[in-house]
Design a protein around this ligand. Structure first.
Ligand code: FAD
Length: 214
């Protein structure tokens, strides 16, 4: 998963501008100029937006994520977040390549047993791909042959999401309740240093993390 772009380029100032737009009769240019080099004021306005639950102003910031080599288990869960836009590789049209995610099984404490189980996963996943290939070679359309493919198959998805919705996604998915794979994605999104600086904070281990909407 990688953050491809975000816009506009100075999210903090943009959020502050949106806040002032609701209170100031000046033109938008005038509002922007009044915020030029006013770091402390910008921060205060962003804090105020959160404290007063003025969440709409966060919707003006957009992030584009590219997510590759993740399982369909993950994408099935992520697309439940309705307030985002997605573009996912089509299994109907494309020939799905032999790639899959094997769960880490790190809760299995015996390393030997863990390794054996992971190998079991791999052999079964590979087997399903072999059947898929066999079917397509015998004239079965990819849209039908894919019914045989496992949930662990690799897929890719592009996500466009605004800051408000992203914070919500991180809040519910970067949690011990959530699936390990989606948690990894959410914690990547949380750790981005390129986000709006007043939405992030540094934790005790020096990692930059999102400051969540309470
Ligand atoms: C730990 C965990 C376990 C889960 N287990 C299951 C499961 O077993 N089965 C299952 O089906 N799902 C499961 N889910 C998915 C979950 O129910 C949500 O569908 C998913 O997390 C998306 O959350 P959301 O609806 O808040 O997000 P979004 O769709 O992005 O919506 C964001 C917010 O907008 C508002 N909103 C959006 N649409 C509506 C609407 N139609 N009506 C009212 N308010 C709306 C809500 O405030 C919502 O929180 C699980 C999620 C988690 C985190």
């Amino acid at each position: 998963v990688e953050l491809l772009y975000y816009a506009p380029p100075f999210p903090d100032k943009y959020i502050a501008t949106a806040m002032r737009r609701t209170r100031d009769t000046k033109s938008i240019r005038g509002i922007q100029e009044s915020l030029d080099s006013k770091k402390a004021w910008i921060e205060k306005l962003v804090r105020l937006a959160k404290r007063s639950k003025h969440y709409g102003v966060f919707e003006h910031i957009t992030y584009w994520f590219n997510v590759e080599q993740v399982s369909r288990v993950l994408t099935h869960e992520i697309i439940r977040h309705r307030l985002a836009s997605y573009a996912q590789l089509s299994g109907r049209i494309t020939n799905i390549e032999n790639g899959y995610v094997v769960p880490p099984l790190d809760y299995i404490s015996d390393p030997k047993k863990q390794e054996n189980l992971r190998q079991f996963f791999e052999s079964k996943l590979k087997g399903q791909f072999a059947y898929y290939k066999w079917l397509t070679e015998h004239g079965v359309r990819t849209e039908d042959a894919r019914y045989l493919l496992p949930n662990g198959q690799w897929t890719c998805i592009m996500i466009t999401i605004n800051a408000r919705s992203l914070m919500h996604l991180i809040r519910v998915r970067d949690s011990s309740e959530a699936l390990w794979e989606i948690r990894e994605l959410a914690s990547y999104a949380r750790s981005g240093q390129t986000y709006c600086s007043y939405l992030v904070r540094v934790n005790s281990r020096g990692h930059i993390i999102f400051r969540l909407i309470p």
